[in-house]
Design a binder for this molecule. Sequence first.
Ligand code: IPD
Ligand code: CA
Ligand code: CA
Ligand code: CA
Length: 263
Amino acid sequence: MARSALLNVMVQAAMKAGRSLARDFGEVQNLQVSLKGPGDYVSQADRKAEEIILGELGRARPTYSVLAEESGARKGTDGMHRWIVDPLDGTTNFLHGIPLFAVSIALERQGEIVAGVIYNPAMDELFTAERGNGAFLNDRRMRVAGRRALTDCVIGTGVPHLGRGEHGKYLVELRNVMGEVSGIRRMGAAALDLAYVAAGRLDGFWEERLSPWDMAAGIVMIREAGGFVSDREGGSKMFDKNNVIAGNERIHKDLSAALKRPA
Ligand code: IPD
Ligand code: CA
Ligand code: CA
Ligand code: CA
């Protein structure tokens, strides 16, 4: 597995931030925590990890634009490239001592995501992908799962947290999908969910109200692992519509249909 210089920069940044998160995870009760809105937490650990990542990426490519969850958007002089960063995906898990959280870094070139890294430091699992070069979990090539019937599938989703509204609509969708699949998982870290689809651990995934930093790295990973990923209408506007649906070609199609069924 040959990584490009840029992917190496992303991996180094993700692992350095991951080491910082692992240290903070060990003494999570001492961290300063604040609320951005109902059910929406941010901690010192999120901010520190973001500072580390932006420091590393900025040193390597000072002219690129940045979109990062905690510090927002910054326009670089390079009009072509943008880093999309979630320093800690799964903050709620992290603050509850649940080791399902990850760093997520993606690189966009002229509006196309060309590389992604998702790193779970608690399990030391590094998911990487580059367009045209495949997707890997540590050093092993990833492929999406090959199951062809929804009834055999384990499907991931995200449940809207307090303050996220649309609970009624979500419950209808959940009931429809529940009636057609083998099992449902809600793990609490969307970037990791998408990486798990790429790795063939989850057969499919859907979630509403996601931000670009939750999805960007996972999108290129699923495509490079042979999967399908789109917005809820089947298009590529995941960042504008703030939603995503993923799986192999067949499961993507059948899950999309299940989600559209009336109550
Ligand atoms: C959240 C997680 C969660 C998803 C939320 C996200 P954060 O990201 O990915 O699984 O359901 O919509 O906001 O805030 O922990 O980075
Ligand atoms: Ca957050
Ligand atoms: Ca996130
Ligand atoms: Ca986050």
